[in-house]
Write a protein that binds this ligand. Structure first.
Ligand SMILES: CC(C)(COP(=O)(O)OP(=O)(O)OC[C@H]1O[C@@H](n2cnc3c(N)ncnc32)[C@H](O)[C@@H]1OP(=O)(O)O)[C@@H](O)C(=O)NCCC(=O)NCCS
Length: 153
């Protein structure tokens, strides 16, 4: 299995070029269509996410960003004040899928969760990608619920 280079998202990675595109956003577009964001908005989002402790990782192949995943660690009042990890926004460029990149990104998030002594890590996913997470040891539990507040689907 290919072992990509995984690093924490850096400010350089959120620089939007003159055409309004950004390799990192191209990866996220795999997950959900991304509107073009200007540099000031990208800078603010980068700062705001770091400020609340979201950690975003990127995988590189030949110096290009080919995948990303994020983890947010929440301290609970329940579970003896323990830490719960939330994995979000795991995405690999379509042309780079099936080479172990997604696996390495989630492994990196799990490393961070273990380091923070999380008692559990949770995520939401579709039925289509359930087998991917099962290979990493996740199992299906509960049901996901949502309420759209701004007419999104
Ligand atoms: C899901 C996704 C992140 C997986 O990334 P990837 O780099 O293609 O996955 P990997 O190559 O690391 O796969 C690891 C293992 O999971 C398996 N796998 C990956 N996607 C799978 C799928 N959809 N169904 C079944 N197995 C899958 C691979 O075959 C591999 O198995 P192996 O170790 O036996 O060879 C990627 O397909 C993707 O970005 N999909 C679109 C966005 C998305 O749905 N993200 C999930 C949000 S919750």
């Amino acid at each position: 299995m290919f072992k990509p280079k995984i690093t924490e998202l850096a400010w350089d990675d959120v620089i939007v070029d003159v055409n309004g595109s950004c390799e990192f956003l191209r990866c996220l577009n795999t997950l959900s269509p991304i509107d073009k964001l200007d540099q000031a908005t990208m800078d603010y989002i980068f700062w705001a996410r770091n400020h609340i402790g979201v950690r975003t990782f990127v995988a590189r192949s030949h110096n290009y960003i080919v995948g990303t995943a994020s983890i947010f660690i929440e301290q609970k009042y329940i579970h003896g004040g323990g830490m719960l990890g939330h994995i979000e926004d795991v995405a690999v460029l379509p042309e780079c899928q099936g080479c172990g990149i997604g696996y390495s990104l989630v492994e990196e998030c799990l490393r961070v969760a273990n380091e923070a002594k999380c008692y559990r890590v949770i995520l939401d996913c579709s039925k289509e990608v359930q087998p991917f997470y099962e290979k990493l040891g996740f199992y299906s539990h509960s049901i996901g619920m949502r309420l759209e507040l701004r007419g999104e689907k």
